[in-house]
Design a protein around this ligand. Structure first.
Ligand SMILES: [Zn+2]
Length: 256
């Protein structure tokens, strides 16, 4: 099909041909081609009618803006420079969709959408390397003090007693504040070992509702517990065993 024929075909479908041009064009078509073109023309008319019966009114200014932009773009082409009248409802419908999406974005309050924070949990093969990642190192008392100073009102119960109850050997190593791209999060990372294997516990302050933490690990055999104690979400990971460490955390007794 030549460019000229394509233009004629579109003008014919759009109802933009003069009467004599229309007859002339129809004469160039075989019966089959005529059927095809008419089917396309009827389809357009039906769609437009259906949209016209449902669409909202598009503000005049918005319509004028769109129209002038479309006219600018079509300056270089030889095809129709103005959108055929009965195609306007299609553009109106597009306007309605754009307006709807715009308004929706404005009315959804941003504060109710918590920021998703992804934390990747990994364990180096060498437990010494894991232990070195803790910025603040110390015994149970030191770590308990740091935890409280950092605003986490939660207790770590007697580790020795816990070991006896569970038949595991847990040691506390250290503490880190979770920082992502230089921003300190309301999330503490505690480092432990259980029977010499690394264990990580993340304590998330749930009263800071602006963030939602998603923990994931690339290690396929990782064990995990996720529980809530008062206002804190406590997530423990280990390739070895998590229950003993997870069981250490308890609410602060008011008279202590
Ligand atoms: Zn163990």
């Amino acid at each position: 099909m030549t460019e000229n024929n394509k233009d004629l075909r579109q003008l014919y479908i759009d109802g933009q041909l003069e009467e004599y041009e229309r007859v002339e064009y129809e004469n160039t078509l075989s019966a089959h081609q005529r059927k095809e073109v008419d089917a396309e023309r009827n389809f357009d008319v039906l769609i437009v009618k259906s949209i016209e019966s449902k669409q909202e009114k598009c503000p005049d200014k918005l319509w004028d803006d769109i129209k002038s932009k479309l006219e600018d773009k079509s300056d270089t082409s030889t095809s129709v420079k103005i959108i055929p009248v009965y195609r306007r409802p299609l553009a109106y419908a597009a306007c309605a969709v754009i307006l709807f999406v715009g308004i929706f974005a404005l009315i959804v309050p941003k504060s109710t959408v918590a920021e998703q924070v992804e934390i990747q949990v990994d364990f180096p093969k060498d437990t010494t390397v894991f232990a070195e990642q803790a910025v603040i190192k110390g015994n149970q008392q030191d770590i308990q003090k740091t935890l409280n100073e950092e605003g986490f009102v939660i207790d770590i119960s007697d580790i020795q007693e816990c070991n006896e109850n569970h038949g595991h050997f847990v040691q506390i190593i250290g503490f880190n504040s979770v920082e992502i791209e230089g921003v300190k999060h309301p999330c503490a990372h505690l480092y432990f070992t259980c029977c010499g294997q690394p264990v990580s516990t993340y304590i998330v302050d749930k009263s800071k509702k602006s963030q939602e933490y998603k923990f994931s690990s690339s290690l396929p055999q990782i064990k995990r517990t996720d529980k809530t104690i008062s206002n804190y979400r406590i997530v423990t990971f280990s390739p070895h065993h998590v229950e003993t460490v997870s069981g250490l955390f308890c609410p602060v007794e008011s008279e202590k």
